[in-house]
Design a protein around this ligand. Structure first.
Ligand SMILES: [Zn+2]
Length: 317
């Protein structure tokens, strides 16, 4: 078992469960899931955020979003080891480790299915969604994603969405946004924003990664960066190694983010893996590599402390 606690702000288990509701998060016998209860236990996990993601093959509406939340309740929250995290108090309990439980948070990746209706956002908040990424890679009613060639920013409705997220206490996630939409969000948001699963473009020049000026601005505004294990976002060579992940961490620290760094693995959203980092149970290897470069308290911050601190400060009461 990992020596330090771990936390992860992005996985796509709910998408796999939506595609195949016969899969089990608690007892996965098919090896179809990366993130499972035994592996989270192996990782010493204190928090896992579950993203709601609706693929292009499915109709973009509230129905698959609500189905994902139903699956989260039936397949994740019914497991006695798991506890729903919605408030600052919930996060503080994870910090004190009093319950011994693994916190489970809900995020939304892409607001396509809301069709510009902020009542739907308020309903999702009531159902416990606490982070919202405006787009996946494509454009939608709120903003342009990073693969939309026109490179537009926030729409008028997208601006209203960011303001409503701020008012409700939903964290705005800038991963997947076009550069222009990134800057629009950063200038508009009254609250710190997160990049749940993006790396450094200086280290690996992929459009899903953030440039140094973007990272610096996000950090200066008090936001969090989730270093991700998607091999194409880590390095352009093969195989991608854990030491390559460390280069991104080093860069974020150089930019002043030592206390604002977390992980957003993208497990269950990827088909290729960093060598030796294929599921949460492997984070021990990453921790070992980190401990040879950073102090134990710094590594504890990267692995869970920074994120829990941020949630205590920024989740609603
Ligand atoms: Zn993603």
């Amino acid at each position: 078992m990992a020596s330090l606690n771990s936390a992860d702000f992005h996985c796509d288990v709910l998408w796999k469960l939506l595609e195949d509701p016969s899969l089990s998060f608690e007892h996965d016998t098919t090896n179809a899931l990366d993130v499972t209860l035994p592996r989270l236990r192996q990782a010493g996990a204190v928090l896992q955020t579950f993203a709601i993601y609706v693929s292009d093959r499915t109709e973009k509406s509230m129905i698959p979003i609500l189905r994902s939340i139903d699956l989260f309740h039936r397949k994740v929250l019914t497991v006695p080891d798991m506890t729903f995290v919605r408030s600052s108090d919930d996060a503080a309990k994870l910090q004190s480790k009093s319950s011994g439980k693994i916190g489970a948070m809900l995020s939304l990746e892409g607001v396509d299915g809301l069709h510009g209706d902020l009542a739907m956002l308020r309903i999702l908040f009531a159902l416990g969604v606490r982070a919202v990424g405006l787009t996946w890679n494509h454009a939608n009613w709120a903003a342009d994603g990073v693969m939309e060639p026109r490179g537009g920013g926030l729409t008028k409705k997208g601006r209203a969405l960011v303001e409503e997220c701020n008012r409700l206490g939903i964290m705005v996630d800038v991963s997947h946004l076009s550069d222009r939409a990134f800057w629009d969000v950063l200038h508009l948001s009254a609250k710190p924003v997160i990049a749940s699963h993006s790396n450094c473009r200086t280290i690996c020049p992929h459009p899903r990664n953030l440039a140094d000026d973007q990272l610096s601005a996000l950090l200066a505004a008090g936001g969090m960066v989730g270093v991700t294990f998607v091999p194409h976002f880590v390095a352009s060579h093969h195989p991608v190694q854990i030491t390559d992940v460390l280069r991104h961490i080093e860069r974020i620290c150089e930019l002043g983010g030592i206390e604002q760094l977390m992980f957003g693995s993208d497990f269950d959203g990827i088909e290729e893996y960093v060598h030796g980092l294929a599921h949460p149970g492997d984070v021990e290897q990453l921790q070992k590599a980190l401990l040879s470069h950073y102090s134990e308290s710094t590594v504890a911050g990267f692995c869970s402390g920074n994120l829990l601190q941020f949630l205590v400060k920024h989740l609603p009461e």
